[in-house]
Design a protein around this ligand. Structure first.
Ligand SMILES: Nc1ncnc2c1ncn2[C@@H]1O[C@H](COP(=O)(O)OP(=O)(O)OP(=O)(O)O)[C@@H](O)[C@H]1O
Ligand SMILES: [Mg+2]
Length: 355
């Protein structure tokens, strides 16, 4: 906690225009990131003009490959790293000029665990709360510790806990001052199934109480399951932000597979409009289409097959997962516009040290 940043308290700002509801949604914007860039001292441009608005009460997942800039973005929002250009406001408070008030609103569970303290679980979490100037509240802290299955271990010294238990302590500390916005940077990395389940139960409960949750993850399934909206960051650029359902609908592909009774030597010309693919020595037909095409003539295709006397013994459809969509996006030509910057990033070069 020696690293806890101190800041002078700036005079109260008259309410900036941050509380206006975002277009098309009734919830107010709780976090606004504007034209944010970060160039590290090494010259590496980790963020290139990020613009993002998060609404109160949403679960937002930030997806991106290693080195994309996720931790840098979160670190700037939490005031750990300074931006090169642009601004961030948390519930109306600028994270640079009104640091203290902005930071009060935010809880951060960092990617790297830094807990090897002699302190007990309870004292450490209570101390965190005090750092933010919150009055002690045993009832609240007990609830947080119980939610994280830490209550029984409240008198244990943190250094004696397992890695997973330490991570729970980090979550409890991040929640200790009752933040309105919770950041979870790679919360599932190295976490067992039980902790992951507890964590997501807690996240859903927090959201229900009005807390906004922003998480980064490599586990696309997790984003698919948890998030309301998804942002994809690649090479320091936010290449896409969309509702999960819209994203899957817009970019998802479906595939219809037919197992034929008799093999075909080629696709009859009458079926050209569907651009079918024949495989497995003519025994299987694949038909790929965009989810947005709403059916894309599947009934007509099946009817035409019947007319041509092409019988099938089995039929199934598959929908592309968010994972496939993500891989396609990040590896699409143009997504990695600045390939030079990627080249000098060592594989797995990670967040760890900041500033
Ligand atoms: N303190 C630093 N000094 C110089 N470069 C840095 C520093 N911290 C991060 N970087 C670089 O900035 C880029 C973005 O790193 P960042 O940690 O934000 O990525 P990330 O998306 O969180 O990656 P990961 O998925 O591995 O956690 C990387 O190229 C990284 O090497
Ligand atoms: Mg990271």
């Amino acid at each position: 906690m020696g690293g806890m940043k101190t800041a002078t308290i700036s005079p109260p700002l008259s309410d900036p225009l941050q509380h206006q509801p975002a277009a098309g949604d009734s919830s107010p914007v709780i976090l606004a990131v504007r034209n944010l860039t970060k160039t590290y001292a090494s010259g590496l441009q980790a963020l290139k003009g990020i613009n993002l608005e998060i609404r109160r009460g949403e679960i937002f997942a930030l997806l991106g490959p290693n080195g994309a800039g996720k931790t840098t973005l979160i670190s700037i929002i939490c005031g750990i790293v300074t931006a090169s250009e642009g601004s961030v406001s948390a519930d109306g408070h600028d994270v640079a000029t009104d640091y203290r008030r902005a930071r009060m609103k935010i809880g951060l569970v960092p990617q790297e665990l830094a807990t090897n303290s002699f302190e007990t679980v309870y004292d450490s979490v209570a101390f965190s709360r005090g750092v933010y100037g919150r009055a002690p509240n045993r009832v609240f802290l007990e609830q947080v510790l119980r939610d994280l299955s830490l209550w029984e271990r409240r008198d244990a010294r943190i250094m004696t806990l397992s890695g997973g238990m330490k991570r729970r302590v980090m979550i409890a500390k991040a929640l200790s001052h009752e933040p309105q916005i919770l950041f979870l940077d790679e919360p599932s990395a190295g976490v067992d199934v039980e902790l992951r389940r507890d964590m997501w139960t807690l996240v859903r409960r927090l959201r229900a109480s009005g807390v906004t949750i922003i998480l980064t993850t490599h586990y696309i399934q997790e984003a698919e399951e948890m998030a309301d909206r998804i942002g994809v960051i690649s090479n320091g650029e936010l290449i896409l932000v969309d509702g999960k359902a819209q994203l899957m609908k817009k970019l998802g592909r479906r595939q219809l597979t037919l197992q034929l009774r008799e093999p075909l030597t080629s696709i009859p010309a009458a079926l050209d409009p569907w651009r079918l693919e024949l495989r497995d020595q003519g025994r299987v037909i694949d038909y790929r289409f965009d989810t947005s095409d709403a059916g894309a003539g599947v009934p007509t295709l099946l009817q035409r097959l019947a007319e041509l006397g092409i019988a099938y013994v089995d039929l199934n459809t598959q929908q592309s997962s968010l994972e496939e969509i993500f891989v396609r996006l990040v590896h699409a030509p143009g997504a990695q516009a600045d390939a030079g910057a990627a080249a000098d990033t060592a594989p797995g070069a990670a967040a760890g040290a900041h500033r």
